[in-house]
Design a protein around this ligand. Structure first.
Ligand SMILES: CC(=O)N[C@H]1[C@@H](OP(=O)(O)OP(=O)(O)OC[C@H]2O[C@@H](n3ccc(=O)[nH]c3=O)[C@H](O)[C@@H]2O)O[C@H](CO)[C@@H](O)[C@@H]1O
Ligand SMILES: C=C(OP(=O)(O)O)C(=O)O
Length: 430
């Protein structure tokens, strides 16, 4: 099994190309099931989750072709992928495929809307909380679906004549349930109004793509999304938006090691709150024509408190990385996780590097230390694993991160991107 070896101590200097967003690419790929036409997605990152979803869509009958030629974009690569689901050959998404990742459950929306039925295994994904699917079920039931749970599968059936537009307000913000309700409602009869919708940029990106496919969606990016159902959707071409979590991760890495890096092909407006927290920690951040420049020249890392929240708040997907940064601050900081109840698994691994962190309920208290020392550590989930990389980059000596498959779910060519900026990071295959 692969591991990542890091020798800490170098500043980061250079250019890091930011990939297309995993969390936008996945729902966009799933949206291709809504039409028998071809959906072409540009800037699709090459990640384990994307490959897994390609297998899942293939199981439903999608014909998928990846552009043979890799489209060079600055120093990075992106892929253009064509998805054509002429016929849905199977409306079941089996446990073996869905248990590996959370987002695969979202096929339930398009399958139900287009075929009138779907049988989807309860999902897997990062073990950062119990992650129930009650909100999905309530939202689809509001559109008239009959839902049963049997043998670990959610079985959904649309009423005769298809789903029916409805008004539904989520009791809690859910990115995935907003994606699913929005996709399902595009083909429902009448108007759907989603209240307390997730406002994440990835929801906006999905709405933009669905509209290009002929959907009638307004309000995405606000808490109220209105969808006027249409009878069918067509193909479209859409470019996946840049990955704000990857952007924030590398910005935090530079704030941690010091240096001067341009994050290319991204957009500061996607992560204002996180960038402000990094700025307060002492790094300079400026928007450039091609992305974002992050500079920290000495001056130490200042402690900053953050609380995770749905967008536009501080993203939970950057919480572990920010904790990595705070382990070397020159004071005490507090990080409160409000989205997932079990998203502190990185704490005990960061402690192996010498971090001083104590937990009280959903709040971590981090007492910054002057030095971290390299150690063998274990990745426990996607973002936790990259927090260990950030800490390892600033630790003395060698850090060896095992269970790298977590990292491969969400970070495209991480070793290469960091190495080009002067870090010593390599993949070791046993
Ligand atoms: C592939 C993808 O885009 N994943 C992101 C998505 O996950 P995901 O869409 O799974 O996250 P949600 O926004 O749904 O989860 C938010 C909270 O709602 C709860 N909940 C959710 C659904 C439900 O039916 N019942 C329920 O109680 C969850 O357990 C969690 O506590 O948004 C999360 C929150 O920004 C991110 O951390 C994930 O990276
Ligand atoms: C938690 C994440 O992914 P998933 O929702 O697929 O588990 C993530 O991207 O950080």
């Amino acid at each position: 099994m692969d591991r990542i070896r890091i020798v800490g101590g170098n500043e980061l200097k250079g250019i890091i190309p930011i990939s297309g967003a995993k969390n936008a690419a996945l729902p966009l790929m799933i949206a291709s099931l809504l039409t028998d036409d071809t959906l072409t997605l540009e800037n699709v990152p090459h990640l384990a989750d994307v490959e897994q979803l390609i297998r899942i869509l293939g199981n439903h009958g999608a014909d998928i072709s990846v552009n043979g030629r890799r489209e060079r974009q600055g120093e990075g690569y992106s892929r253009t992928i064509h998805f054509t689901s002429r016929n849905i050959v199977d409306t079941t998404a089996p446990y073996e495929l869905v248990s590996k990742m959370r987002a695969s459950f979202w096929v339930i929306g398009p399958l139900l809307a287009r075929e009138g039925k779907a049988r989807v295994s309860l999902p897997g994904g990062c073990a950062i909380g119990t992650r129930p699917v009650d909100l999905f079920i309530e939202a689809l039931a509001a559109l008239g679906a009959r839902i049963e749970i049997d043998g670990g599968y959610v079985e959904a059936t649309a009423p005769e004549g298809g789903l029916i537009g409805a008004r539904y307000t989520f009791p809690k913000v859910s990115v995935g349930a907003t994606h699913v309700m929005m996709m399902a409602a595009t083909l429902a009869r009448g108007t759907t109004v989603i209240g307390n919708a997730a406002r994440e940029p990835e929801v906006q990106d999905l709405a933009k793509c669905l509209n290009a496919m002929g959907a009638k969606i307004s309000g995405a990016g606000t808490s109220t999304i209105t969808i006027e159902g249409v009878t069918q959707l067509s193909g479209a071409r859409h470019r996946v938006l840049p990955d704000r979590i990857e952007t924030g991760t590398y910005a935090m890495a530079v704030a941690m090691t010091g240096g001067d890096v341009v994050l290319e092909g991204t957009d500061a407006a996607l992560l204002d709150t996180a960038l402000e927290a990094i700025r307060r920690s002492g790094a300079e951040i400026t928007a450039t024509e091609s992305g974002i420049r992050v500079v920290r020249n000495g001056g130490g890392i200042k402690p900053v408190d953050v609380v995770t929240d749905p967008f536009p708040g501080f993203p939970t997907d950057l919480q572990a990385q920010f904790m990595g940064l705070m382990t070397k601050s020159n004071g005490i900081s507090h990080i409160t996780e409000t989205i997932f109840e079990n998203r502190f698994m990185h704490v005990q691994e960061l402690a192996r590097l010498g971090a001083k962190i104590s937990l009280s309920g959903q709040t971590a208290k981090i007492e910054g230390v002057e030095r971290l020392r390299g150690a063998p550590v274990m990745a426990t989930d996607l973002r936790a694993s990259v927090s260990l990389v950030i800490a390892g980059l600033a630790a003395e000596g060698e850090t060896m991160v095992s269970r790298v498959y977590h990292l491969d779910r969400g970070f495209e060519r991480l070793e290469e991107k960091l190495t080009r900026c002067g870090a010593v990071v390599e993949r070791v295959s046993d």
